[in-house]
Design a binder for this molecule. Sequence first.
Ligand code: NAD
Length: 291
Amino acid sequence: MKIGFIGLGNMGAHMARNLASAGHEVTGFDVSDVSVEGVAKSASAAEAATGADVVITMLPNGEILRSVADEIIPAMRKGACFVDCSTVDVESARAVAVQANEAGVLAVDAPVSGGIGGADTGTLTFMAGGSDEAFAVVKPLFDIMGQKAVHCGGSGAGQAAKICNNMILGATMAVTCEAFALADKLGLDRQKMFDVVSTSSGYSWSMNAYCPAPGIGPNSPADNDYKPGFAAALMLKDLNLAQQAAEAADAATPLGEHARDLYDTFVKEGGGVMDFSAVLPWLKDKGHEDV
Ligand code: NAD
C-alpha cells in the first residue's frame, strides 16, 4: 500500500519504520525534521496524504489532530482511509471521522497500548472504532505494527476503550501504591504483602505484572529507579481525557476523578517524567491528611 504517516515521534517513527520494512511505500511528515529508515520525507502533511491508500496520524492531542485533519482530508483521494492512532478525546475522534466520511474518505480511530517498546517491536495492541469496511482495509497494517487489533465499534469506540482501560489502570496503580505505603506503616513486609495479594482477590496487572515496589515481583520500572515505562504525565493525560468524556456523557466516575487529581498533584510536584508507579515512593512518607 501507499501510506502517508504524519507524526514521527517516539511512537510514530517506529510504527512507520515497521510498515516500510514490511514492504509498504511509506511517506512521512513531522513538523520537526525527523528521518526514519525506509520512510520517504515529504514537505507537508498534505503532500504525504496525496495519492495515499491509507494515511496514519500519531500526534500529541485532539487539537493538533483536528488541525492536521483539516489539512489532509481535502488532499486524500475518495475511498482512501484515514487512521488516527493518537490518544485523543472521543469528541475529536468522532468529529474527524464525520469530516472524513463527508469527503468520501473512510476513517478509523485506533489508539494503542504497548508503549514505545511495543511500537519498536511491532507488538502494540490496537483498539479500533469505525465501519467494518474501514477496519478491514487497515487490519493488515495493524497486524504489522501490532500483535492484536480489536474492532470495538463505530467511530470513537477505540478512544472510548483506551480511556476506560487507562482509567482502570490509573486508579488500580494508585491504590496498589497506597496499599504498599499503608503496609509499610503497619509493619507488614512488602514481599509478604506481594505474596498474599498477587495470589488473592486484590491481584491486578499493576500488582502482578508491574509491581510498584522495587525488588519485588517481576522486573518493572520500580527496579530501574522509576524511569518510564509509562510516564506519569502520560497517565495524567489519559485520566484527564477520561474525566472529559465522563463529564460529556454525564457518567459517574468518582474514583477516576480521584486518580486524576492524585496524578495531577504528583505531576505538579515534579513526578511527570517518572514512571506512573513512582507514586509509591512519593506517598510513602506522607501522612493521612497530606494528599
Ligand atoms: P511524541 O510527542 O513523541 O510524538 C508526536 C509527534 O508529532 C512529534 O514528533 C511532533 O513533532 C509531531 N507533531 C506535532 N504536531 C504536528 C503537526 N501539526 N504535524 C505533524 N507532526 C506533528 O509523542 P508519542 O509518545 O509518539 O505519542 C504519540 C501519541 O501516542 C500520543 O497521543 C500519546 O498519548 C499516544 N501514546 C503514547 C504512548 C507512549 O508510551 N509514548 C503509549 C500509548 C499511546
